[in-house]
Design a protein around this ligand. Structure first.
Ligand SMILES: [Zn+2]
Ligand SMILES: [Zn+2]
Length: 306
C-alpha cells in the first residue's frame, strides 16, 4: 500500500477563523461567504498500511480532527486508537498542546522528539511532567542529523529528521538563538516504494540539507504561513514579520515560491497557512497565481498518496 498522508489540520496557529480575528478572511468564513473554507491547526497523520498512524504534531484541535477522520478511531477495543505514536517537529504551542488532550490513553504516549523539544516540554512548557500524572510519556529521542528512525507500530514507513533554521517558541529562552534540534523537517519514506515526502510546516531558510531533502522527495509539503513578510504588521494584526517568526514568506525576492520553482517536477503543497494569508481566498489573485505555477494549498481532510 502507498504511503498515505492524512491532513488533519492545514492552518497555522490560531486556525481559520481565529477566535478573535476580524480580518476579511476570518469574517468570510464566519459569514459563510463562498471561497473561504475553515481550517484547524497544523497536524498530519502518516500511515504505510491504512491501519496504524504516526501523528505528526498534536494540535489543540486534535479532538475535532480525530472525530473528522474515523480511521484514527477504529474501535477494536473498549478504548482504542490507530495513533501508534506522536512525532513533534518543534515545541510550539499549536503543535504540542494536543498532547494534553490525549491523556486518557490507557498506555504511555509514545513520543518522538529531539532532546531540545523534550527539554522545552519538561522545563519551560511542562507538558511531559503534567502527563506523568495521567497516561505518562515514553520518550524516543530523535537526532536532527538525517539518520532514519521508525515509529513503533507504524509499518512500512521510515522517518528522518532534518535540522531547520527557524525560531524557537516565544516562551523558549532560546527564541532568538535557536539550537540544532529546536526545529526539524521530516523526510517520510514508504519502505516498499522508496517514495518520499518532505514535510516542513515551519521553514525559515532553504539551506543545503533542506535542498537535499527536497531534491530527493516526490512531494513537498511545506510552510504556507504568510504570503508577504509584513502581512501581520501591515494588516494591523501584530508586530512581527514572517521572517521574525521563522517563516519564509511566499512572495517576493528570496521567497518560498522562488525557492520552489526548481522543483516543478514534484508535487508541491503549502500547509500551515495563517488566517491572514490571501491564498485562503479561493477565488483571489494570489490563489490564481499559485495555481498557475502548479502549487497546491492543503485542506483539512486531504489525503495525499505519495
Ligand atoms: Zn505552527
Ligand atoms: Zn483572520
Amino acid at each position: 500500500m502507498a504511503l498515505t498522508i492524512q491532513v488533519l489540520g492545514s492552518a497555522a496557529g490560531g486556525g481559520f477563523p481565529q477566535w478573535n480575528c476580524n480580518c476579511p478572511q476570518c469574517l468570510g468564513v464566519r459569514a459563510g461567504t463562498p471561497g473561504f473554507t475553515a481550517r484547524t491547526q497544523s497536524s498530519i497523520a502518516v500511515s504505510g498500511d491504512g491501519n496504524s498512524f504516526a501523528l505528526i504534531n498534536a494540535s489543540p484541535d486534535i479532538r475535532a480532527q480525530i472525530l473528522a477522520n474515523p480511521r484514527l478511531q477504529p474501535g477494536r477495543a473498549r478504548r482504542d486508537s490507530a495513533i501508534a505514536g506522536v512525532v513533534l517537529i518543534d515545541s510550539q504551542i499549536d503543535h504540542v498542546t494536543g498532547l494534553l488532550l490525549l491523556r486518557e490513553s490507557p498506555q504511555a504516549l509514545e513520543l518522538y522528539c529531539t532532546a531540545r523539544v523534550h527539554e522545552d516540554l519538561t522545563h519551560h512548557f511542562p507538558v511531559i511532567p503534567m502527563l506523568q500524572h495521567y497516561c505518562g510519556v515514553n520518550w524516543h529521542p530523535i537526532a536532527a542529523n538525517g539518520s532514519a528512525f521508525q515509529v513503533q507500530g507504524v509499518e512500512g514507513v521510515s522517518f528522518a529528521a532534518v535540522d531547520l533554521q527557524s525560531k524557537a517558541p516565544p516562551y523558549s529562552p532560546h527564541r532568538e538563538c535557536p539550537r540544532p534540534g529546536d526545529n526539524i523537517g521530516l523526510v517520510i519514506a514508504g519502505a516498499a516504494s522508496g517514495r518520499q515526502i518532505f514535510y516542513a510546516p515551519g521553514l525559515g531558510r532553504i539551506d543545503p540539507p533542506v535542498s537535499a531533502a527536497m531534491a530527493g522527495s516526490h512531494v513537498l509539503l511545506v510552510d504556507g504561513t504568510c504570503w508577504t513578510d509584513d502581512e501581520l504588521v501591515r494588516g494591523g494584526f501584530g508586530v512581527q514579520s514572517a521572517r521574525d517568526m521563522g517563516h519564509l514568506p511566499q512572495s517576493g525576492a528570496g521567497g518560498l515560491l522562488e525557492m520552489l520553482a526548481p522543483y516543478s517536477d514534484k508535487r508541491r503543497i503549502l500547509i500551515h497557512i495563517n488566517n491572514t494569508n490571501p491564498i485562503l481566498h479561493e477565488t483571489g489573485a494570489e490563489r490564481a497565481q499559485l495555481a498557475a505555477t502548479g502549487i497546491e494549498v492543503a485542506y483539512d481532510g486531504q489525503q495525499i498518496e505519495v
